[in-house]
Design a binder for this molecule. Structure first.
Ligand code: ADP
Ligand code: MG
Ligand code: MG
Length: 915
């Protein structure tokens, strides 16, 4: 037999078998616990069971796994015992452990934690005697029974309206004793609590609470592995694209006690402000508390720094006297550990070169760090931190660009409340500004109902006493989140910032009544369904719907975008059909229009009347007459577009949709149309019938219209060329690109290109003036991609219409795929939604092939992508790699695309440097 596989990595006393680069094996938490040891941060000793053990567990089951791990885990425990000078399972001087999960990337609150493991009726007396603090010993014991009962034995609330069953017992005992806080309960009360907890467990599960410490340890380790596959972990993985195969590691560590006495505390901290990005060390703590007390919102947490504490008091309407007496800062009450914490935070941020989210415990005045990780942050904070760390010299330009998740830029482009709109709304209450933004919606009290309401097209604000990981999905669909309890580091606050969602937490004057489905604030009731608005930047809550407007982009954002353009090789254009859209896109830095869909102009005002006249006409003369009415309108639209984009390229696509889309389909509307046009309803109905197709997507559309009706191509070309000549006289030198849609053969393209070029020459002759223009085509039919070299002989550019190309390559229509595509995605029969992310293996091959074939004929043939994929970071990476020239996306996605283009260029240049 060879060496047994290593599943356990130990750390302690400044030594460690792992380090931060081993996240895949040790999980983020385990790798960082090891690393903190190595850089001299005080961390209780412990060991990490690898993610490979989790995978093994799923293959071989628990009995076999325990045998594989037993020796190594015993070795790990022995090391902890040696460093701590105590013994696991001993009744005189017991060593207690924490057991925590830790996946590769942080999944806050996803996996459960058990603290104070190793306690039983004998050990608790041992702890009480040695510490001389029986109350502390029993507080630890009751916490352990509670956590173990919940996490390992599965004792959860039965209905969504119910409170946690253990909390119900705690409330009851507090009521019996007439006290308000957990800390007011004495040793006898806690003994009673343990008794009732254990009785509850026996009654509900039919099993005794295990008293053997090793049974407790194995039970917890396996529960962590099992929790990798619980529902909330799966939801989080789906939301964040985390593969199931990764698995989680288990961290076993010696306990340190924040609940020892009043010289002990526990807390969480951020090295910078996770909401705004400001470089301010901040955090919260509770004296005589343990574990999740701070984030669970059980008591009002206190601020770490004096400055932060005063700011909090202002927001919470707490006077300086009351603040000092009841909620002093750590800086004031425990100055020594506070300064140690400041040193640690600086060391950690400098070491990791990123904002850190820390968890710490102070035991009898001594500081211990229990976790560090890159902190979650809002999109705005992401941008600010990246740019500030760049100017501080902490990170380089490439790192700064890679630090910002392009998707998160969206948040900076979200609406904010209109300046004075707030004045006319009643301020209901105020909480903490947990996650910035503006949100308006209807009150909903349960996460699952939030999902239902949103599915029915409603905007909702999720209102809870506090949130828990079960609420994740509901939080992700809500416009905003409002909680009655919990501080700036509560579950709701941290998760909301991670999602970039507006959140007001700890609005203490709110009482939520889940049964009656209402919230009560200062005696006023607000029922489910009522409209409220949240300002996540001030913490204020308003009655009613408040108007919103476009945000102003900050200086850091502009600098980030400029930097992105320096690195990007792909250009970013926009899909814009109107001058208004062009203006927005221009402001966001679009470098041209990649797609102007001319048909969108056909619906505006009374233009549709002229369009319908053209459709109804029986002969060429009739169609020409109608088209003549459209000509000046299209020309002026184009003039505005060209003027707005000035000397940037503007690609205009000729009419694309089937004519059927322009005629009314209800009786009523047809009647109206008949009246408007002075013809019989019968005639209208006849025409509608005639235009109906079995499969309009594959029917009479695209250039097939221009081929059957040259006059349409002629009118549109004339409008474009005349517009270009008109703006040229105003000094605008643009080169319009006329794009023919849905080409399938080279001859078909030549036919249309001839019409376009003849028409252009005619206009030039009439006006005795010329201008440059290009004629090119969409590549969106598979046959066009396959024969792109033939088409390239005549075409001056290609633009990949990846929406149509995707549906034609897959052979399903985007509009009908809803019935089966979600099932395909769930079963893993396709790699995600091909309309959201370009299918690289299939459709991508066609794109690459057409690009190569096109350039084999014309080496400098301009190539771009229009369609939804042009704004998708993953697809943009592919487009970069395929060597195309630009992507074109909707105006609001332009910044996302610019950053994605830079990131693609950086990632590929990094890869090249390695080779
Ligand atoms: P999460 O991943 O949700 O942050 P953790 O695994 O970090 O959960 O554990 C939750 C909390 O338990 C920690 O924040 C810390 O306060 C407490 N805790 C964990 N290990 C120990 C320990 N060894 N001693 C004291 N407290 C601990
Ligand atoms: Mg943690
Ligand atoms: Mg198309």
């Amino acid at each position: 037999m060879g060496q047994a596989k290593k599943y356990v990595y130990t750390y302690g006393d400044g030594q460690a078998e792992g380090n931060t680069s081993m996240k895949n094996l040790l999980g983020g938490k385990g790798a960082n616990l090891a690393e903190m040891n190595l850089i001299g941060i005080p961390v209780p000793p412990g060991f990490t069971i690898t993610t490979e053990a989790c995978t093994k567990f799923n293959q071989v089951g628990k009995e076999v796994l325990i045998e594989l791990l037993r020796k190594q885990v015993e070795g790990g425990v022995a090391l902890v015992e040696k460093i701590m000078g105590s013994k696991f399972g001993d009744s005189k001087n017991p060593c207690l452990l924490s057991v925590r999960s830790g996946a590769r990337v942080s999944m806050p609150g996803m996996m459960d934690t058990v603290l104070n493991l190793g306690l039983n009726d004998e050990a608790v007396e041992g702890i009480a005697r040695r510490s001389g603090k029986p109350r502390f010993a029993w507080d630890s014991y009751r916490r352990f029974v509670q956590m173990y009962g919940d996490v390992v034995m599965g004792l959860k609330p039965e209905n969504k309206e119910d409170e946690d069953p253990f909390e119900v017992i705690i409330h009851k005992i507090k009521k019996e004793k007439g006290v308000e806080n957990d800390t007011d309960l004495n040793t006898e009360d806690l003994k009673e609590m343990v008794k009732r907890f254990r009785a509850l467990i026996l009654a509900k599960t039919g099993r005794e609470f295990p008293t053997d410490p090793w049974d407790q340890l194995w039970g917890s380790v396996l529960a962590v592995f099992q929790s990798w596959n619980n529902d909330r972990a799966k939801v989080y993985r789906n939301l964040n694209g985390i593969p199931e195969e990764w698995g989680t590691a288990v961290n076993v560590q010696a306990m340190v006690y924040g609940n020892l006495d009043d010289n002990s505390a526990t807390g969480v901290a951020f090295t910078r402000d996770a909401g705004t990005g400001e470089d301010i060390f901040n955090g919260e703590f509770l004296i005589n508390a343990q574990g999740e007390d701070v984030v669970a919102g059980i008591r009002t947490p206190q601020e770490i720094s004096l400055e932060g504490s005063r700011r909090w008091a202002r927001l919470a309407n707490v006077s300086e006297e009351v603040r000092k007496a009841k909620y002093p800062s750590l800086e004031e009450v425990m100055p020594k550990p506070f300064y140690e914490l400041c040193e640690a935070e600086t060391k950690l941020e400098n070491h990791y070169r990123d904002m850190q989210d820390l968890e710490f415990t102070i035991q009898d005045g001594k500081l211990w760090l229990l976790q560090t990780r890159s902190g979650k942050r809002t999109g705005a904070a992401m941008v600010r931190m990246a740019m500030e760390m760049l100017s501080e010299g902490m990170i380089d330009e490439r790192t700064a660009l890679l630090r910002v998740d392009p998707h998160r830029l969206d948040e900076l482009l979200h609406p904010v409340f209109v300046g004075d709109a707030l004045d006319s709304h009643k301020e209901i209450t105020k909480g903490l500004p947990a996650s910035p933004g503006a949100a308006t919606g209807q009150i909903v009290f349960f996460a699952d109902e939030a999902e239902e309401w949103v599915e029915n097209g409603k905007d909702v604000i999720l209102v809870r006493t506090e949130t828990s990981p079960e609420d994740l999905r509901g939080m992700s669909v809500a416009k905003g989140i409002l909680t009655a309890r919990g501080g700036m580091t509560s579950h709701a606050a941290v998760v909301a910032r991670g999602m970039g969602k507006c959140c007001v937490s700890g609005a203490g004057s709110i009482h939520v009544d889940y049964y009656a489905r209402k919230m009560v604030v200062d005696g006023v009731e607000y029922a489910e369904g009522e409209w409220i608005s949240l300002n996540g930047s001030t913490g204020k809550v308003y009655k009613g719907k408040v108007a919103t407007e476009e945000p102003k982009l900050s200086g850091d954002f502009g600098r980030l975008m400029d930097l992105a353009d320096e690195y990007a090789q792909l250009k970013v254009r926009t899909n814009a059909d109107t001058p208004e859209e062009a203006i927005i896109a221009h402001d966001f830095g679009a470098q041209g229009i990649g797609l102007c869909r001319t048909e969108h102009m056909f619906f505006e005002g009374n233009r549709i009347v002229a369009v319908r006249e053209m459709i109804l006409a029986d002969n060429l003369a009739g169609r020409r007459k109608a088209l003549d009415k459209l000509l000046p309108m299209q020309r002026s639209d184009f003039e505005q577009l060209l003027e707005e984009m000035h000397d940037m390229p503007v690609t205009i696509r000729l009419l694309d949709p089937p004519l059927h889309e322009f005629v009314p389909h209800t009786n009523e509307a047809q009647q109206q149309m008949a009246e408007d046009m002075g013809v019989s309803v019968h005639k209208i109905k006849e025409k509608v019938e005639e235009l109906a197709e079995f499969n309009p997507m594959l029917g009479h559309r695209g250039c097939r219209l221009g081929i059957t009706y040259h006059e349409i191509t002629e009118m549109q070309t004339r409008a474009i060329i005349e517009a270009a000549l008109n703006v040229k006289r105003k000094g605008v030198h643009c080169i319009p690109e006329i794009m023919v849609p849905l080409i399938m053969t080279a001859r078909e393209f030549r036919e249309q290109a001839d019409v376009i070029r003849r028409t252009a020459e005619k206009v030039f002759a009439e006006q005795r003036d010329r201008t440059k223009y290009h004629v090119g085509t969409m590549i969106e039919v598979p046959r066009a991609a396959l024969t792109a070299d033939y088409i390239a002989h005549d075409a001056e550019f290609f633009s990949f219409g990846t929406n149509d190309l995707t549906q034609m390559t897959f052979g399903f229509s985007r509009d009908d795929a809803g019935k089966f595509l979600p099932i395909y995605i769930e079963k893993g029969l396709v790699d995600g939604d091909p309309f959201a992310h370009l299918d690289q293996r299939g459709v991508g091959q066609l794109v690459k092939m057409a690009a190569e074939k096109g350039r084999s004929v014309k080496p400098n043939l301009p190539l771009g992508v229009c369609g939804e994929h042009g704004g998708d970071p993953k697809s943009i990476e592919f487009v970069h790699q395929a060597g195309l020239d630009y992507v074109s996306c909707s105006p609001y996605r332009v910044p996302i695309a610019r950053l994605s283009a830079a990131q693609a260029a950086i990632k590929y240049s990094l890869v090249e440097e390695l080779v």
